[in-house]
Design a protein around this ligand. Structure first.
Ligand SMILES: [Cu+2]
Length: 460
């Protein structure tokens, strides 16, 4: 087994006002990082007891990977956990064999083994990386981190404030409630919800922002299942300028809902007005962070940002339509489903296989091919959430256009990689299938995915 100390480099864990324009390790456009997954202690607030987590490089969240668009990211990964794992690069239009889905795109990285991920970064924006092996357990223990890709001419990044949010389930000694992992009740309802909220790995931290002028808050949710909602001060307007990494036509909101795995960049017009961030999804106001201004940042700066998404919506006249009927879960209408080639009652599947959700009458898994698309064709995933639950539907390997109802009933065309669907909602997820490979389409409520809500989109 490789010694961790030899393997590990030191990383800056700067979460506020990201300063690293480019890693010192960048050479010939190749940006190099090392990640080690291992058991690690972490304290969630000053003088707290040490919580036993699983982390990358002993950091919570894992180190922020900084790169420029066009770079090739090379990550030497070492698994020092006592179980297999992989890393998925969420939101990246990746090479299929670098996508990090064990049993589908690669063999799992066994304890003590190394694996090198190496792939080009085609888009700017906020992405993230996380375990994709028993993710419902490993992500809950802390195996995730941010990946920030900038343009070389991005002058305003010193006003970026990264806010990585998470929802932990802890006992009274601040240890993970491991007994609750795998609870069928959670899996059949809204997933495993926590009782302890953190921002950048801390409970109610102080976040440094510029003294005045604009700043950009960059939200990323690493929660397993909880859909969170935020308010600034008493409803200070927030201008959304990027969704899941991609720039968008700006629009103003006063409450920001962030589903698991989603990202939002939000511009605040006057950072001197920032006082507190509160989480309001439960109907109670929970303090998430307090803001502190810093004198080191030039004032009255206007951040320039693109209004243009990475690429425009495709023409859909010739699109291939793929119907995906989502069923199952508690209080649902699914009586039976096909699993391993046999039709079984949902009761049997729940009790014997921990399977609870189906696509088109079949329990999902890596053996369920939802679509076989010719490379270059335009595809529409016509998804019907015929369940009583919300689901954050994520497509690997490409982004999709959707007439989103997340910002109001009137709908808004957005490009994203994870879409929060309401119960009974029908949505078309539209994309050009230009990335060959086996791509997972699944719910990012990680317990839902584990219990059947995932299938394969094959692009050949
Ligand atoms: Cu779900």
């Amino acid at each position: 087994m490789i010694n961790r100390r030899k393997f590990l480099l030191n990383f800056s864990s700067t979460f506020v006002l990201t300063q690293l324009p480019r890693s010192a390790h960048a050479k010939n456009g190749i940006i190099h990082y090392k990640l080690v997954a291992e058991a690690a202690d972490h304290t969630f607030y000053p003088n707290a007891q040490k919580s036993k987590l699983s982390l990358y490089n002993q950091q919570c969240p894992g180190p922020t990977i900084h790169a420029l668009k066009g770079d090739i990211l090379e990550v030497d990964f070492l698994n020092l956990l006592d179980e297999p794992t992989t890393i998925h690069w969420h939101g990246i239009r990746n090479l299929n064999d670098m996508d990090g889905v064990p049993g589908l795109t690669q063999k799992a990285v066994e304890p003590g083994e190394t694996y090198t991920y190496r792939f080009p970064l085609r888009d700017t924006g906020l992405f993230w990386y996380h375990s994709h092996a028993q993710a419902w357990k490993q992500v809950a223990k802390g195996l995730y981190g941010p990946l920030l890709v900038r343009n070389v001419n991005d002058e305003g990044h010193h006003r970026d404030v990264l806010l990585v949010i998470d929802d932990w389930l802890l006992d009274e000694n601040e240890q993970l409630q491991l007994d609750s992992l795998g609870s069928l009740h959670d899996w059949s309802h809204g997933g495993r919800h926590g009782n302890f909220f953190t921002l950048n790995g801390s409970s109610n931290p102080e976040i440094v922002v510029p003294t005045s002028g604009q700043c950009k808050l960059r939200f990323l949710s690493a929660a397993n299942a909880r859909i969170m909602k935020f308010e600034l001060n008493k409803k200070t307007p927030m201008k959304i300028v990027a969704i899941d990494g991609s720039p968008c036509a700006p629009f103003i909101i006063d409450e920001l809902t962030v589903a698991p795995a989603q990202r939002y960049d939000v511009i605040i017009e006057d950072s001197s007005q920032l006082a507190e961030l509160t989480e309001i999804s439960t109907g109670q106001s929970l303090m998430a962070a307090r803001f502190l201004t810093t004198k080191n940042i030039q004032t009255n700066y206007n951040i320039s940002f693109s209004h243009k998404p990475w690429y425009p919506p495709p023409k859909i006249a010739q699109a291939k339509i793929i119907d995906i009927h989502m069923q199952g879960g508690a209080m649902g209408n699914l009586a039976s489903a096909v699993f391993a080639g046999e039709s079984r009652s949902l009761r049997y599947l729940a009790q014997n296989e921990a399977k609870l959700w189906a696509f088109n009458g079949e329990i999902g898994g890596y053996g369920l091919t939802l679509a076989d698309i010719t490379r270059g064709d335009t595809a529409i995933l016509r998804v019907w959430n015929d369940t009583r639950w919300r689901h954050a539907m994520h497509l690997h390997g490409q982004h999709f256009w959707v007439n989103s109802k997340e910002f109001g009933e009137q709908g808004r065309q957005v490009l994203r990689d994870t879409y929060l669907m309401q119960p009974s909602e029908k949505a078309d997820l539209i994309f050009v299938a230009d990335n060959p490979g086996l791509w997972l389409f699944h719910c990012h409520m990680l317990e839902h995915h584990a219990s059947g809500m995932g299938g394969i989109i094959l692009v050949t």
